[in-house]
Design a protein around this ligand. Structure first.
Ligand code: ZN
Length: 201
């Protein structure tokens, strides 16, 4: 075991930061050293920002997004087309789609995708709220923006069946050639999906 170079408070900070995705103990140590050097400019404001965030973070009771208010910023945005709901697995997917900025629609975070082998069933997903939102009659399309793996596609089929009685239009993201992708480098699954979901020019 390596000898500790700093007091327990600093060690605790390093250990906590090391638990962040993309950081290991080495990067965490480097980050903490940087924070200690920038105590006034960075460490103190970061500590305060984290304290405020920890106090106020709430799960939006409409869409499941994480924000400091309920309803969240997305649900409160008056410029959004609320007749389209984009269904995603998690908040990270919601943020990624928002960054892409292709569509200013409403969202619905499921929290998970169906995975019978891992014991994740329909009751573990935020489905009743989705059905409730669709049943208001103000939704004309539900876009299933789920991962292109077995769990994502199983979930897409389940939701399609679940929403069928409502008569709402259910669509899913296209599967195919990535932007900038070269055919020669794609796997067979991607190529065949791209061929099957071809579009008219
Ligand atoms: Zn929301």
């Amino acid at each position: 075991m390596a000898q500790s170079l700093a007091g327990p408070e600093i060690e605790r900070l390093i250990q906590l930061l090391a638990r962040l995705p993309g950081l290991g103990p080495r990067s965490a140590r480097r980050a903490v050293l940087h924070l200690m050097r920038k105590r006034e400019d960075l460490l103190a404001p970061l500590g305060e920002a984290m304290r405020v965030a920890a106090e106020r973070i709430a799960t939006c009771s409409t869409c499941g997004n994480l924000d400091t208010a309920d309803p969240c910023m997305v649900c409160r945005d008056p410029k959004r087309d609320n007749s389209i709901i984009v269904v995603v697995e998690n908040v990270g997917d919601l943020w990624a789609l928002e960054r892409a900025g292709a569509l200013r629609a409403a969202y619905h975070v499921l929290g998970a995708t169906l995975s019978p082998f891992d014991g994740v069933g329909p009751e573990d997903l935020a489905l009743p709220k989705l059905v409730e939102r669709v049943s208001t009659g103000q939704v004309r399309e539900v876009i299933l923006a789920l991962n292109a793996n077995v769990e994502g596609q199983t979930t897409a089929h389940y939701i399609t069946d679940l929403l069928a009685p409502s008569g709402v239009k259910v669509t899913r993201l296209a599967h195919g050639v990535p932007v900038g992708g070269e055919l020669d480098y794609l796997d067979e699954g991607t190529l065949s999906a791209a061929m099957l979901s071809r579009t008219t020019l």
